[in-house]
Each structure stands twice: as structure tokens, then as C-alpha cells.
Design a protein around this ligand. Structure first.
Ligand code: 5GP
Ligand code: MN
Length: 339
């Protein structure tokens, strides 16, 4: 259930605890940014803090202060199991159900620690003891800023924390291009700059980090793999395992690719289907009123936000694409009248 009241969580962290902050698999800028900002703040409040992610985060985030201390479950299970065992409180930052911790999920579920959710995805699961869940806020990093503010601790913010929050806001709003028609986001931005961040430099660290093969993969995705179905205002891209191998695909390389499909005039729904080991990773994006999270949940067992959703599906790439094409007629009129 949506909960915008910070008071219970604020009270819980009023005395020092051993806290494990976790975030979702395939971590993005807001996952890592919000977790690191929260960790740095809670350390200043004398908590013993550790961070855990289910699998590695992309290189373009490996500049944020404290990132090297993040435990990665897939490559360091022993330390992660210890950290889960030690924790008195486990915080889920930027995801809404423990399943998104993949193989670490059962261990966290079994832990006796107090489980707290801080997130902005719709429909948080009920497996948390307490939640701060605000779906109208565009990034969890912004919620973390609000949390620190509500705690009366804005004086504890520093440039390093500000950089993490900036990264989360920028990456979850497409550089302030969507889900950010709110004054508060810009007031926070102003505060981050006041704390001394170099926005231009950080933007380059996040976005101007392509390898040659990543850029060529983007070119190939658009020139060879993009299918545009004007009658459904839809465009999609498929990438097979062979495609990804050919371009030496690294984690994070396909980040943002789906947005190019959406950038076509009158295209209101975009998808990217990527073949991974045994699964297909689907990304959905939309403009305006068309809700991709409901489409992702209903047909692909996924979820997300109105304009950005995803799913991990167990059908083959061909089957997944076929299914996607088959459901489009059901949405034809909605896709035509997006506002
Ligand atoms: P992306 O396409 O960038 O991987 O994910 C976009 C958004 O969709 C994420 O912020 C997340 O909210 C949601 N999402 C991605 N993958 C999954 C998934 O497998 N399950 C669910 N429930 N949501 C997902
Ligand atoms: Mn987020």
C-alpha cells in the first residue's frame, strides 16, 4: 500500500542499528544512487551499514562515493549471507517486492530483521514490516532526500551524497525529460548544486561512457532490428544472444536503447526484447497516458511504472515477440488516442 508517512521509519532509525540496504537486480542509476545516498546518511547517524545487490551494477555507475563497498550476491555469496544474518534491519531501496533480489530473496525473506521498503514503484508487496511507498515521486533518490529532510538532517548532506541523489534523479527521469513535472524535483536539484555538484561532469560520467562496441550495438539495433508498426503506434527491437555476443555485450550496454524506438513521432509504445540465458528480458516504454506496467503485468508477468516497465519472461525470443504482436490489436484504439 502506498504510504507517504515517514514517521515510523524515522522513529525506527533514531537509534543505531546494523542495517543492510538492498536494491534490485540489474541495478540502475536510481537503485545504486538511492542506496548509496541512504547508506552514507545512515552512517552519519551512527548506524552500521552494508549494501547488497543481487548482481553487478554497470560500469557507468562505478564513480559514486562508496560504490566499491557494495556486496554483490552473485559473486560474493558468503559475505552477503553474513551481512543478511547480521542485519537488524533490511531496507529495500527502489524495488517493491523481494523477488527482485533473485537468489538472495529467500535468505532475506527468512531473516528476522525488520524489513523496510523505501520505493516509488506501484503496488508494493506486503512482505515488508514498514513502507515508505510514494509512486508519484519520479525516483527513490528523491524520496531519500525527502526522508533526510523530514529527519531534520539536511545539514548532514554533503557533495558525495548529493552526487548519488543527482544520479538517481537524472537516470530515472531521462535527464529531467519525463515523470518530473513537479516543482520539488527542481528545488532538490537546486540544493544539490548548492552542495557543490558538477552536473555537467556527472552527466558525462553517466552518459558519455560508451565503448565502441556499445555504440555499434545501438546502431545495429536501430538500423537492422527495429520494427515499426505504424498502425499500432508501436516500435520494437529484438536482440538475440548471437547479436549481443557479436557486439561484445556488457551489462548496461542496452540501457536506453528502447527509448530510441519511442523517439519516433506518433510512436506511443516501444519495446526491447533481449535474449539472455534461459530467459527473455523485455523492456517497455510509452508516452503519456498509455500504461505499460499494466501491459507488462497482464501478459508478461512483469511490472514497473506507467511509462517504463519490464519483465523477465521464460518463453523464447520468437514466442515472446509473437505474443507481443498478438496483443497489439487489443490496444489499437488506446494507442491511437494517447494524451
Ligand atoms: P527496464 O526496462 O529499464 O529494465 O525496467 C524499467 C522498469 O520496469 C524498472 O524501473 C522496473 O520498475 C520495472 N521492471 C523491470 N524489470 C522488471 C521485472 O522483471 N519485474 C517487474 N515487476 N518490474 C520490472
Ligand atoms: Mn527508481
Amino acid at each position: 500500500m502506498e504510504n507517504t508517512d515517514f514517521s515510523i521509519v524515522s522513529a525506527l532509525v533514531s537509534k543505531p542499528l546494523r542495517i543492510l540496504i538492498t536494491t534490485h537486480s540489474n541495478p540502475d542509476g536510481d537503485a545504486i544512487g538511492s542506496s548509496l545516498a541512504l547508506a552514507a546518511y545512515l552512517k552519519k547517524k551512527n548506524h552500521l551499514v552494508q549494501l547488497m545487490v543481487p548482481d553487478p551494477y554497470p560500469d557507468f555507475l562505478a564513480w559514486m562515493s562508496g560504490h566499491e563497498q557494495i556486496l554483490i550476491f552473485s559473486s560474493n555469496k558468503a559475505e552477503c549471507i553474513k551481512a543478511i544474518g547480521r542485519a537488524e534491519m533490511i531496507i529495500a531501496s527502489d524495488y517493491n517486492n523481494l523477488g527482485r533480489l533473485n537468489d538472495a530473496a529467500p535468505l532475506v525473506r527468512q531473516s528476522g530483521a525488520i524489513k523496510v521498503l523505501i520505493d516509488h514503484h506501484l503496488n508494493p508487496s506486503d512482505e515488508f514490516d514498514h513502507q515508505i511507498s510514494i509512486s508519484k515521486i519520479s525516483s527513490t533518490s528523491e524520496i531519500i532526500y525527502n526522508f533526510i529532510e523530514k529527519m531534520g538532517d539536511l545539514h548532514l548532506l554533503d557533495k558525495e551524497i548529493a552526487e548519488c541523489i543527482y544520479a538517481g534523479i537524472i537516470t530515472d527521469t531521462g535527464s529531467l525529460s519525463y515523470a518530473c513535472n513537479y516543482v520539488k524535483t527542481y528545488l532538490i536539484m537546486a540544493e544539490l548544486f548548492r552542495l557543490g555538484i558538477d552536473g555537467e561532469h556527472l552527466h558525462r560520467l553517466i552518459y558519455d561512457t560508451y565503448s565502441e562496441s556499445r555504440l555499434r550495438l545501438l546502431g545495429y539495433s536501430i538500423s537492422d532490428q527495429l520494427v515499426v508498426l505504424h498502425e499500432y503506434h508501436t516500435a520494437f527491437i529484438t536482440l538475440s544472444k548471437e547479436d549481443l555476443a557479436r557486439f561484445d555485450h556488457q551489462i548496461g550496454d542496452t540501457e536506453g536503447v528502447v527509448n530510441y524506438a519511442l523517439s519516433i513521432k506518433d510512436i506511443n509504445l516501444a519495446a526491447l526484447f533481449m535474449e539472455r540465458d534461459g530467459i527473455v528480458k523485455a523492456s517497455f516504454r510509452s508516452k503519456g497516458s498509455f500504461a505499460v506496467n499494466t501491459l507488462a503485468a497482464k501478459y508478461f508477468n512483469g511490472g514497473g511504472h506507467r511509462n517504463a516497465a519490464g519483465a523477465n519472461v521464460t518463453t523464447t525470443l520468437e514466442e515472446t515477440v509473437l505474443k507481443f504482436k498478438q496483443i497489439l490489436p487489443l490496444y489499437q484504439s488506446t494507442l491511437k488516442s494517447v494524451y
